[in-house]
Write a protein that binds this ligand. Sequence first.
Ligand SMILES: Cc1cc2nc3c(=O)[nH]c(=O)nc-3n(C[C@H](O)[C@H](O)[C@H](O)COP(=O)(O)OP(=O)(O)OC[C@H]3O[C@@H](n4cnc5c(N)ncnc54)[C@H](O)[C@@H]3O)c2cc1C
Length: 381
Amino acid sequence: MGLCAALELNHRGIRCVLLESQHEPPTDLRASTFHPPTLELLDHLDLTATLLADGLRVPQWQVRLHATHERAVFDLAVLADDTPYPFRLQYEQAAFCALGWQRAAAAEHVDFRTGVAVAQVDQDGQGVRVTAADGSSIEADWVIAADGASSRLRQLFALNFEGLTYPETTLLATTRFPFEAHLPGLSWVNYVWADDGTFSLLRVPDRWRVSLYPRDDESVERALEAEQVQARLQEIVPNAQGYEVLECRPYRIHQRILDCYRHGRVLFAGDAAHLNSPSGGMGMNCGIHDAFNLVEKLAVVLDGEPDALLDRYDRQRRPLAREEILAQADTNRRRMQQRDPAWRRAELERLQGIAAEPSAAREFLLRSSMIAGLRKAAAID
Ligand SMILES: Cc1cc2nc3c(=O)[nH]c(=O)nc-3n(C[C@H](O)[C@H](O)[C@H](O)COP(=O)(O)OP(=O)(O)OC[C@H]3O[C@@H](n4cnc5c(N)ncnc54)[C@H](O)[C@@H]3O)c2cc1C
């Protein structure tokens, strides 16, 4: 999110230094979904056109029962009057970061320094001194702390990061196997109830991402073994040729949020400020929205307005993250973890009912597409 903040500052002609501890853009499997408001925000930075050209448009997503192929299909066409982009865009975060790195390196007002890890931050009423692990330091008026889930800055200030770590470990595997040719009515984004658990099938432009979970009696190490991953994929669709698994990585998920996004002259954004389950694909999007909201206010403060305006960043963004993003992601995760057949049946019918009724579907999709929360937050003074 630091990249987006830097590019937006650059767009407004505001000088900034972007410090990044790594030497190369990340390549790990993380976000894959861009929601409509994010595409709107990135448009004036000339990023949306590239994302649309290279990404996969997903007009419909679904919750389905694997055994019977019954499904509730949500069609974002009902949002046609709400956004110019009535779809989810599947585009990998690694590709987005690579694009952002290129743009930041070429940006006139961004001093992009890679391989520089922030180690210390000292502030007083006049400004902030940021000291890197190599001993170099810079002076600044404000600092945006967008240093991710393990935020060094959050630790430096010993800030409370209230919440929990979910018990399960998710295994994310990728394959080019054409699930769409074998599972009737599949969308490009699917959350699936299986007899003994759950999995999801998310398409990115050139492959499927499959989220799996270790069996109840299985260790994460065992579940990650090639033969076990193969067995789990064979249960989804039997494949006599065997699956070519491109990669498989474990990850833990958390639900946490800061008590306040502002700490004097240091403003927290993205995963440094909030963490949620990836179910629904909202964490990165939320961080990008933080970046644009914050830069808009910083620009006004740098123009001489009172810095109390920055407290509004906290007032707008933190309740939204808690009540919309963390809450929805938690509901999505809980829905898919449920195993009771009667509960699943009732929930499937409820979701089918919403999907079938345009005004209910619109209301549901305005929330899941992160539009409703942004509208609500914009009204907060
Ligand atoms: C499997 C998975 C799937 C996901 N799917 C989605 C999805 O579909 N949609 C969605 O919206 N979100 C998704 N997310 C969440 C998303 O990946 C994160 O919310 C997003 O990466 C947060 O971005 P960030 O910039 O805040 O943090 P990061 O991406 O972690 O970036 C932090 C940056 O700070 C740098 N850094 C760290 N410490 C320092 C330091 N001391 N000094 C200098 N630099 C430092 C790091 O190198 C890194 O580049 C998913 C996450 C996972 C794990």
